[in-house]
Every structure is written in C-alpha cells, then in structure tokens.
Ligand binder design. Structure first.
Ligand SMILES: [Ca+2]
Ligand SMILES: [Ca+2]
Length: 437
C-alpha cells in the first residue's frame, strides 16, 4: 500500500514536470528574460583614417587621428525622427589634443555645439531626421598627442553632476527624452614608441623684399611655425644674421602662442665677420599643444643696404637647439628638411635666403609718362582738392604707386608742398627732390 502510493505520487510529479516543459512549445510562446539594462540608442566606434575598427587596440603614433563614430542602433531607428542629441564627452586630455568644434563632423545638415568648459556636446538639426541602425550621426576626430601605451577611454555620457540624467535625445514634439542608454564608451588602445615623438619647426626658405635708393628702411618679418608639436614645455632656438644687411628689431608672439609663454629670454651673441646671433630660450607654463605660427622675428634693412648698392643675397640662419622636456626624451627634431634623432637634441639649422630687389621709384612722375612736368603737379593739386584720387596701389609695370611717386618730400602725405616742389624742379629751381637728398 505504502509502495503503491509512492509510485502514484512519482507519476503525478513526472506529469507535472513534463507538462511544464512542453506547455510553452505547444502554445508557441518563448520565454524571455528582461534585460537588466536597456539596449543603447547609440554606439561609439573608433576607426582609423582607413576606416579600420580600432576598438580592439592598434598601434598609433603621435599625431595620428582617431575617428570616433557615434552610430545609431536599432533602438534609435525604432525611436523615429529626432532633432537633437545632448551629451557630455569625456576623454583623456593628456593623451588627446584639445578638442574643438571643428573636430566634430556631424551628419549632413546637422550642427555641433561644443562647450569646452562644460564638456557638453549638442548635435542638432532644424529638420527632424531618423537614423537607421549603423548610421553615423557624428564623427569626432581626436589627435593623439602623447604616448598612450595601454588604453584610453572616450565616453559620451550624461550630466556628470546628475548621474540619473543620461544622454538626452529630443524629438520633434520637443519632449526631451532621457535616453535610457547606458553611457557610450569606446576604448582606444595603442602602443606609441617614444622615439616617434617629433618636434618640428618650419621657416620660409626665402624672403623677398624691396629696397630703394632713398634710404628708407624696409621691415622683414620671419614667421617661425610649429609644424608638429605636443607635450613639451619649452624650446631653445637661435637666429644669426649679417648686420651689414639687416638689423633685428624684436619679436612678436602669435595670438595662440601667447597663452603658453611663461618666459622668453633673448641673449646676444656677437660673432665675427659682422654676424650677430640671438639665442632664444622659451619656457611655457604648460605643455604646448599647438601647430601653426608661433613667433614672428622682425628685422629691418640696414641703412647701408637702403642707400648703397643692393646686395645680391644674404641669409638669416635659424638654429633649433633642443626642446625642454626632460621626462619625455628622446625625441626627433626637424627643421628645414634636417632631422636630428639624438637624445641630446643635436642642434640643427636652416638658412632663409634673403632676396633683395632694388626699386628705382621715379619720384615726381605721378602719371608715369617718364616726364616730370606741370601735369604731375596738377594731378597732386586735384588730389588735394578732392577732384582726383591718386592710387596707392602699385600698378602692373609700375615702380611705386601714384601716391608714392607724388610724395617727393618723403613726408608720408601728398600735399601742395609736393606740387610746389615738382613745379620748382620743372622750372630748374631745384636739382632734385628732398626725398633723394
Ligand atoms: Ca609725368
Ligand atoms: Ca609729401
């Protein structure tokens, strides 16, 4: 009896278990497990310039660009058209160059507003758009600025102050939707060798300026440009010139360089043979992360050049000594096609060839007919009275503009005094104009 009851109970249990297993199949239902976290609306994929996915890690050099593509997912496609995405962007500013608005490339007709201070990014459009799964909504270009041995993470996320506020997607009804997406994260791994770090200065290979026989000094400006610079806090360079040709008058920092320079000392090193050198030690208050014109060296033509026979040539020599950054050496230096790869930073130099072109301005011949007569004086009087406007632009085939030729006393203005001097020259009362004397 006891055994029989036990067997019957076993059969009941077996039936219940079998029923529970078979029922879902019979009814065509599928058991689902609700995801603990919702599917994201967005994904972030890192690709190189060839479109190769870098998310798994790759080898990047300093200066390489990583494109981070913010892509739509099937969840976003299902959401339908929307007009903006607002998020915060976190990235390692030690490893990537400071991002600017121009580093964002939005989908067609969309615009990006990027607030550097708050890290807030808003990508929006005036016409609602829907994106399909995999579509790229915006690409962010990040430039590697330092050795990233290992990995670094770039993340689009919600309000850092309010962790409950995630990426906000706004639809056409202007109802802000707090996207339930988890933060969008991408990890870029790379191995950068220290030897690949490059510091490059560039200067023009030649400069042309005019001199004349009237003793007027001409200014020459030499721009020094950083072609490839990041993660250093100063550099030393020098410039040498021939004092019989030019005189150094000072320097000017570019508007972007001014934010970096903490101190700058210019020392004088007179050389033999009329050569003069200035060495410049420039210290920055922070890592310089800049590509572009950095400093302008200013010279003027020496009076010997202006009044004498124009020399046929001359050089200004630029020397790059080293870069101040003890912790990040070694480094490759480049200047004017020369390269130095020694750890000590062997000085390299390049020459800027100065090309002089002498101008023989025919003072007094305002109309350019090779004669100095009363017509020229009349033109000045008409200009003075407002009847005529003399050109200050040098025309084709001319040497000096009408205004320059009319200013025969070298006063910098064209007045009745100039007209009177032309009449005196025409009448033989003076042999030459004051500007020549
Ligand atoms: Ca004339
Ligand atoms: Ca004048």
């Amino acid at each position: 009896m006891r055994t029989s009851m036990k067997n019957r109970w076993k059969k009941v249990c077996a039936f219940v278990v079998a029923f529970a297993l078979v029922l879902p199949l019979v009814c065509g239902q599928q058991m689902t497990v609700k995801a603990a976290t919702p599917e994201p609306y967005l994904t972030l994929v890192a690709v190189d310039s060839s479109g190769v996915d870098l998310t798994g890690g790759t080898s990047l050099e300093i200066g390489d660009t990583v494109s981070l593509e913010l892509r739509a997912t099937a969840e976003l496609e299902a959401l339908g058209a929307f007009s903006s995405i607002e998020a915060y962007l976190d990235y390692d500013t030690e490893k990537f160059k400071q991002v600017t608005t121009s580093d964002f490339i939005p989908a067609q007709d969309w615009a990006v507003y990027w607030d550097v201070e708050s890290n807030k990014v808003n990508i929006s459009t005036t016409t609602d758009s829907a994106f399909s799964d995999g579509d790229v909504i915006c690409t962010l270009k990040l430039t590697v600025k330092s050795a990233v041995n290992g990995s670094t993470t770039v993340e689009w996320n919600g309000d850092p102050v309010d962790p409950d506020k995630n990426i906000v997607i706004t639809q056409s009804d202007n109802a802000s939707r707090q996207a339930e997406a988890v933060n969008v994260t991408c990890t870029v791994s790379n191995t950068v060798t220290e030897a690949s770090r490059v510091f490059e200065l560039s200067v023009p290979s030649s400069l042309t300026f005019y001199t004349d026989t009237q003793g007027r000094e001409k200014e020459i400006v030499v721009p020094i440009k950083i072609e490839n610079g990041s993660i250093y806090c100063g550099f030393r360079f020098g410039f040498t010139y021939n004092t019989s040709l030019v005189t150094y008058t000072g320097y000017e920092l570019s508007s972007s360089a001014g934010a970096y320079v903490q101190s700058m000392t210019v020392s004088d090193v007179p050389n033999s043979g009329g050569l003069y050198t200035h060495n410049v030690a420039l210290v920055s208050s922070k890592d310089i992360n800049l590509a572009g014109e950095f400093i302008y060296l200013k010279f003027k033509t020496s009076s010997a050049v202006a009044t004498g026979t124009a020399p046929t040539g001359g050089n200004i020599t630029i020397t790059l000594y080293d870069v101040v950054n003890a912790s990040k050496a070694p480094m490759t230096f480049k200047l004017g096609g020369s390269t130095s790869t020694t750890t000590a930073g062997t000085a390299i130099e390049t020459n800027i060839s100065l090309n002089y072109t002498q101008r023989q301005v025919h003072y007094g011949d305002v109309n350019g007919d090779d004669k100095i007569n009363l017509i020229d004086a009349l033109m000045i009087m008409q200009h003075y009275n407002g009847v005529r406007t003399l050109s200050s632009v040098e025309g084709a085939g001319e040497v000096g503009s009408e205004m320059e030729r009319a200013d025969v006393n070298g006063s910098g203005t064209v007045t009745l005094v100039d007209a009177l001097l032309i009449m005196k020259k025409y009448n033989g009362e003076i042999a030459d104009f004051p500007i020549r004397g």
